[in-house]
Write a protein that binds this ligand. Structure first.
Ligand code: ZN
Length: 291
């Protein structure tokens, strides 16, 4: 019954009919440097929502997949990947077509650490996923601490993003902190303090805002990470993005207040419509697998 009788390849009959394509497997990759992230908890949440789906946690994406190769290949591959990643790193946040009239803006100036172009990073990752784990019914969720972004038309600088949907889905935990807008007063004061070298005062300011806004190493990181895992899930299962309900984790949060409301508040949780969509997909899947 149910998932017990399924074999790899069974999902083929679902091809071309996305509605029925309940996932065979979700692979969750850790970002070991992300303090406050517990992917075991994320995995458990997804398992509860999709009991028929195999949910597996893995170490960080590159370590895991490079580790699948034979030892002599590992060094060459590691070097090759490092070179490709370097090519996709953004060293100047100013849009390429604006660089003539704007001074360079290195990511360090904004304390962002390493920043990658999201789609090209995804391309580097995709080739490492083995064929048997590819396809619509396998979802790879890759958490990273590095930032990701893209050149949005008309914008003078890189647009940072939290999530890059696709294969694999990439979720930047640093993005939870850096992407949503902060209260203007806070950003202004903080920049002032740092300019004058008053790092301690800036830290105090951070602490005061930490109650509302998610900060680096925040223990609530896991909650937000689980919410974005749901966004990845709905995108893959139903091609569904965003939600009008501000307490639904699928809600696209533009500010830290909105992020807290969608993921951290007591009232936060899948809205009725989205909870129902998942239930219906599961019911269809059960009928499908020949009970
Ligand atoms: Zn919703």
């Amino acid at each position: 019954m149910a998932s017990g009788g399924r074999r790899p390849g069974d999902h083929r009959r679902c091809e071309g009919n996305k509605r029925d394509a309940v996932l065979d497997a979700v692979y969750i990759y850790d970002a070991p440097d992300a303090i406050g992230l517990n992917i075991g908890v994320v995995a458990q949440r997804l398992s509860e929502l999709l009991p028929e789906t195999r949910v597996q946690t893995r170490t960080d994406f590159f370590t895991y997949h490079i580790g699948q190769f034979d030892l002599p290949q590992v060094d060459v591959l590691t070097e090759e990947i490092a070179a490709r990643l370097e090519e996709r790193e953004v060293h100047n946040l100013v849009a390429p077509d604006r660089r003539e009239d704007m001074r360079p803006m290195p990511p360090e100036e904004r304390d962002l650490g390493i920043v990658y172009l999201a789609e090209p990073l995804q391309d580097v990752m995709r080739v490492l996923v083995p064929e048997q784990e590819g396809g619509e019914t396998h979802l790879h969720l890759v958490y990273i601490t590095q930032c990701i972004g893209h050149w949005a038309p008309g914008e003078s600088s890189l647009t940072l993003q939290i999530i890059q949907h696709g294969r694999p889905t990439i979720i930047s935990t640093t993005g939870f902190v850096e992407v949503p807008a902060l209260p203007r007063e806070y950003t202004f004061r903080r920049a002032q303090l740092l300019t004058f070298g008053m790092d301690e005062a800036a830290e105090e300011l951070d602490e005061r805002f930490a109650a509302d806004a998610l900060s680096h190493g925040d223990p609530r990181t896991t909650e937000v990470a689980a919410g974005y895992a749901l966004q990845a899930l709905f995108k893959r299962l139903f091609d569904e993005e965003g939600c009008g309900d501000p307490t639904c984790p699928l809600h696209s949060a533009a500010t830290h207040d909105e992020l807290a409301r969608a993921h951290l508040d007591d009232a936060a949780g899948l809205c009725e419509r989205h909870a129902r969509m998942l239930m219906e997909a599961r019911a269809e899947n059960r009928e499908d697998t020949g009970t």
